[in-house]
Design a protein around this ligand. Structure first.
Ligand code: NAD
Length: 338
């Protein structure tokens, strides 16, 4: 089988995980990753056998550090069928002309605006609409989790409205520039937050508003979700709906915090402790007069990773059925041990 040639531009929190997840698939391969500097992350990429590409001005620094680059970022892009842009939010936009010049397909992440790609993706919600597309944005960690939580309830019960409070991790565990932190920050202070409208970039029919607080933790986000639905339902109905979802995990067995969920991921020997699923606490699921409530935890570093793989498969027309792609991606990365 000829594999789709994938380049990962920006090898940070999301990029390194996307590269490994693409590598685990049998229908796509990583032809290169980009690093701006020859730091410890570049050294590991080199050890893992990835071809590293760098800005032309920094090629000498890579040579000097004993990890010669395979070429410039432009050269990497030229060799690819599709580039997954994992550069920091706002930087990816500036790469669009380079992708257009090379005639490659491109995926951006949630830090970019919907208008950049004109299509925002979540595998269970709109996989089929991404088939054959040239430009796609995989939505942010929070939006991914909300889409996965709202879509199946809307399908089964009809969603009238959604209200969400997000307790957001202050920054990622390796990010010393934004820490140490000791405050609770309404973010943004002006209500509602942008998270609700961002869900509408995937599910335009959903009536949703949100508020967000940044809190001093790096592990995960936690959402307090409230949905008003059209049909009568029970707690058991909600558990059954979520229990059948391929990327939702009902976390019980004494896990009462994000710290224990991360420990569970370590114990399962997940790569980098990744928890790709929405983690919903079953004890929190409450139903009152066609309104349901629950808490879910979101591992911001990894939740979008399988979504990127599915977006590639759809755009490259490697699979037309979303459910099949989700199953294939999950199996290849090890997301099957419910
Ligand atoms: P990051 O800062 O961890 O990684 C970005 C990488 O890109 C770094 O290695 C940086 O050196 C490199 N880079 C910077 N400028 C570059 C350039 N011009 N060319 C090539 N490489 C360049 O960022 P991240 O957290 O991985 O975020 C990437 C994207 O994913 C953003 O859009 C972000 O909003 C989104 N996202 C992040 C998270 C998260 O929690 N970290 C979750 C979901 C989505």
């Amino acid at each position: 089988m000829v594999k789709a040639k994938i380049a990962v531009n920006g090898y940070g929190t999301i990029g390194k995980r996307v590269a490994d997840a693409v590598r685990a698939q049998d229908d796509m391969e990583v032809i290169g990753i980009s690093k701006t500097k020859p730091n410890y992350e570049a050294a590991v990429a080199h050890q893992l056998g990835y071809d590293i590409y760098a800005p032309a001005a920094n090629l000498g620094a890579f040579e000097k550090a004993g990890m010669p680059a395979a070429g410039t970022i432009e050269e990497m892009v030229e060799k690819a069928d599709l580039v997954v842009d994992c550069t920091p939010g706002g930087v990816g936009e500036g790469n669009k002309p380079m992708y257009e010049k090379a005639g490659v397909k491109a995926i951006w992440q949630g830090g970019e605006d919907h208008s950049l790609a004109g299509f925002s993706f979540n595998a269970i919600c709109n996989y089929e609409q991404a088939v054959g597309r040239d430009l796609v944005r995989v939505v942010s960690c929070n939006t991914t989790a909300l889409c996965r939580a709202i879509y199946p309830i809307d399908k089964e019960l009809g969603v009238k409205k959604v209200r969400v409070i997000l307790a957001r991790r202050a920054t990622d565990p390796n990010d010393v520039k934004k820490g140490p932190i000791n405050a609770i920050v309404p973010d943004p202070i002006k209500l509602p937050s942008h998270h609700g409208p961002d869900v509408k970039s995937v599910l335009p029919q959903i009536n949703i508003t949100s508020a967000a607080l940044k809190i001093p933790t790096t592990l995960m986000h936690v959402h307090t979700v409230n949905m008003e639905v059209d049909k009568d339902c029970t707690v058991e109905d909600i558990k059954n709906i979520y229990g059948s979802q391929p990327r939702v995990r009902l976390v019980g067995q004494g896990m009462s915090s994000t710290a224990e969920i991360m420990e569970f991921a370590r114990d399962m020997r997940r790569p980098r402790n990744d928890m790709w699923e929405n983690c919903i606490w079953p004890e929190s699921i409450t139903v009152q007069d066609k309104e349901l409530y629950f808490f879910q935890a979101v591992h911001q570093e990894s939740i979008v990773v399988p979504e990127n793989v599915d977006a590639i498969r759809a755009m490259m027309e490697l699979e037309s059925d979303g459910a099949k792609s989700i199953e294939k991606t999950n199996k290849a990365i090890g997301l099957y041990n419910k």
